[in-house]
Design a protein around this ligand. Sequence first.
Ligand code: BTN
Length: 236
Amino acid sequence: MHTVRHKRVGSTNAEALKLAENGCLEWTVVVADEQTAGRGRSGKFWDSPRGGLWCSIVLRPNITSVNLPVIQFFVANSARRALERAIGTRVRVKWPNDLILDGLKVGGILVEGRLVGARIEFAVAGVGINLNVHSSSLMQGATSTFNITGRPFNRDVILATLLEDLESSYPDIHNKEKILREWWENCVHRSKPVTVVRSEGSISGISTGISPSGCLSVKTSKGNTLEIPEGSLHFS
Ligand code: BTN
């Protein structure tokens, strides 16, 4: 494992993508104290002040490109376990890529990569966790481990726990069912009423599972089940 450390960088995902393009080894990790252009899902800005864990890991899994979505769930499972172990409080996940603490978003996963035909040339798994971040620097609906527990946590210890967990569970990357099952068992909106807001319109119903391609299954009041590839999920 090779770690590249930055005090301040645009985005660790962008840095890791450059390294991966240039042929770096799998398990190259980029970590920054602060990001000035942190990337979130759907092209959103990801607030990354000092005090958080902002890192990206280069993976070269030997799986086909249709299985790319599974990487996000695999990384979310590891990040959830690592954080839970570090802080001693239950952490959950929310579709498609959020880590949830006390009902609020404490972190997120962003996987980017390059596909060559049916092969994944590389994937960069970006993990952002609000650790020692004060509530004044957090977006609405977000939280930090400091906010919830009142305690500071050592970023490097949590990063080491995350990397150990990712490496030891890496063989599971070939076991899609196991990854999706664990993710769903820890999903905060499992079997609950949800509304998914999409540009084409909103869909409401009961969230009933995750499909093999990473879509959220929602059973509507008319009784049909829709597979939703992307959107912003709300539930109460
Ligand atoms: C989300 O929208 O929930 C995903 C957020 C992912 C943020 C992390 S922070 C480290 C890595 N570098 C980035 O620019 N983004 C990811």
